[in-house]
Design a protein around this ligand. Structure first.
Ligand SMILES: Nc1ncnc2c1ncn2[C@@H]1O[C@H](COP(=O)(O)OP(=O)(O)OP(=O)(O)O)[C@@H](O)[C@H]1O
Ligand SMILES: [Mg+2]
Length: 498
């Protein structure tokens, strides 16, 4: 079978970084090719090369056997190559239909934008992917999953031969992920060549026909999924085998740091109560939508609870803003780190030290050397891959930006840190580094709340696990009762074995 798209010898450098060199990639009609590699391996960069956003320094692109160049994203789209990027740019103030058709809207005989065709076309595209979204809704009013569906509908509005999905499921819930898989199936059945980027191996094995692996901007290998094992792929990706062993946790949790009682919100959660101890890692498991993030956002002063009490080290505290939360020693690293995370345009080290400026300034003067030292120690521990710490954070790969956000909050030396899906979007090798650092900080007395939907992570890292369902705590498991079955049953609302 001939590939639709064939890339050979692609090189792309940025100042100080060789993002790609000698890279090859083949995409076949009616097949899903998974592109895997560590954070910063060059996955999003190759996507930008093949969609005309970046021009390669070297190399060739062939489409259906003919050499092509894509001088712009529009040129790539016209040739039928379309992508849903890791950070898709959509416009909050436009409607769903306008976002879908921006730049290529159907026009009337008079050359004006055909409102009816635009609306009906948008409705048809959304319907074809099973998304129940009003084409006239303002995009800014939609949740993250719906925004994603709009991005997909936009990609489909262009008659695509090649569809690229760069970590499409990272921000989606269980149900939405399944809808996305079905969508990929449909695209495959239509004969489209699909490039699928993901850090989740279960998903890659489920969905892909082929794989291509990059490491440090270079092509390492490609083949058929059916002939690969997870171990082989990890070995190719990281250059060594990675044992998925979680750090041993030997110390005992100490005194209570955070006590929450009768904590309720008008719509999101009710009667939440728990105690978190010094040095403890408390897992929060549940299906997406169970209300875990909403509880954490209230604790961090982003939203207001309607009743309930929060005590920090036995003192009742009312947290009305994030500033008050930080002051009380509670910090929260949100799941949606793209939107609420790194400050683009600022260098990495300043991003890390931003909320800790007190610690690195003397009489109001920032001490650059100390700022660097603080940033270095935290980012190293999280396995950050960056050319230099004075590099703009916006130029880092997606996963590396996330590490900066985690480092930033850890560097404030909080009493309590709440990590929402801490390793989402982080590659398998760096995951181990993040886990080891979490365990080490806990051993030093940090109290950690970890919201995670990944069962091995929850079980591997937590001292205890609280399970939430529909805004309430439905179970708490510890010791022998910490099993995948118990978590899943409780989260799904089934009776739990005693
Ligand atoms: N515009 C840019 N300027 C400078 N460096 C860049 C730019 N874009 C990407 N890079 C660098 O190129 C390398 C590859 O980044 P890329 O975003 O392709 O990684 P990735 O494989 O998508 O990683 P992730 O899994 O974290 O999303 C990184 O070192 C990144 O910092
Ligand atoms: Mg990327």
């Amino acid at each position: 079978m001939q590939p639709v798209l064939r890339l050979r010898g692609i090189a792309k450098s940025f100042p100080g970084v060789k993002a790609l060199s000698g890279v090859e990639l083949d995409l076949y009609p009616g097949q899903v090719t998974a592109l895997i590699g560590e954070n910063g391996a060059g996955k999003s960069t190759i996507v930008k090369v093949l969609t005309g956003i970046y021009q390669p320094d070297e190399g060739t692109i062939e489409l259906n056997g003919a050499a092509v160049r894509f001088p712009s994203a529009d040129a790539a789209a016209k040739a039928g190559v379309t992508a849903i990027h890791q950070e898709t740019v959509l416009f909050d103030d436009l409607t769903v239909a306008e976002n879908i058709w921006l730049g290529h809207a159907p026009r009337t005989a008079w050359g004006l934008i055909d409102r009816k065709a635009t609306r009906d076309g948008a409705a048809r595209l959304l319907d074809s992917i099973g998304a129940k979204i009003d084409p006239l809704a303002r995009l800014g009013d939609l949740g993250i999953a719906s925004r994603h569906m709009v991005a997909i509908a936009r990609a489909l509005s262009i008659e695509a031969q090649v569809v690229v999905l760069d970590e499409p499921t990272a921000a989606l819930s269980h149900k939405e992920i399944h809808e996305l898989y079905e969508l990929v199936e449909k695209l495959r059945a239509q004969g489209k060549a699909i490039l699928f980027i993901s850090h989740k191996f279960d998903e890659v094995f489920r969905i892909a026909d082929r794989y291509t692996v990059f490491r440090d901007g270079q092509f390492v290998g490609a083949g058929l999924m059916a002939e690969a094992t997870e171990g082989q792929l990890v070995q190719m990706m990281v250059g060594r085998s990675v044992d998925q062993i979680f750090p041993a946790r030997t110390h005992q949790p100490g005194d209570p740091v955070l006590t929450v009682a009768g904590y309720s919100h008008p719509t999101e959660f009710a009667d939440i109560g728990f105690t978190l101890r010094r040095g403890e890692i408390l897992g929060f498991y549940g299906l997406v939508g169970a209300g875990r993030s909403e509880v954490m956002q209230a604790l961090f002063g982003i939203t207001k609870p309607s009743k309930g009490a929060v005590k920090i080290e036995n003192q009742v505290r009312v947290i009305r803003s994030t500033a008050e939360a930080v002051e009380a020693g509670i910090v929260y690293v949100p799941e949606d780190r793209g939107r609420q995370g790194a400050v683009k345009g600022l260098p990495i080290f300043q991003n890390v030290t931003l909320p800790s400026l007190g610690a690195v300034s003397k009489a109001g003067f920032l001490k650059l050397a100390e700022e660097f030292a603080l940033a270095r120690s935290y980012t190293q521990r999280l396995d950050l891959r960056a050319a230099a710490l004075d590099q703009d954070v916006g130029l880092l790969s997606g996963g590396n930006q996330q590490k900066v956000v985690i480092a930033k909050w850890l560097a404030t030396k909080p009493r309590v840190i709440i990590l929402d899906e801490p390793t989402k979007g982080i590659d398998i090798g760096s995951k181990a580094a993040v886990h080891a650092f979490m365990a080490e900080l806990a051993a030093q007395g940090l109290a950690v709340i970890m919201v995670s939907s990944e069962i091995p992570e929850v079980l591997g890292m937590s001292d205890r696990v609280i399970v939430m369902r529909e805004g309430r705590i439905v179970d708490e498991v510890a010791g022998d009762r910490m099993t995948p079955e118990n978590l899943v049953r409780a989260a799904a609302g089934l009776a739990v074995a005693a």
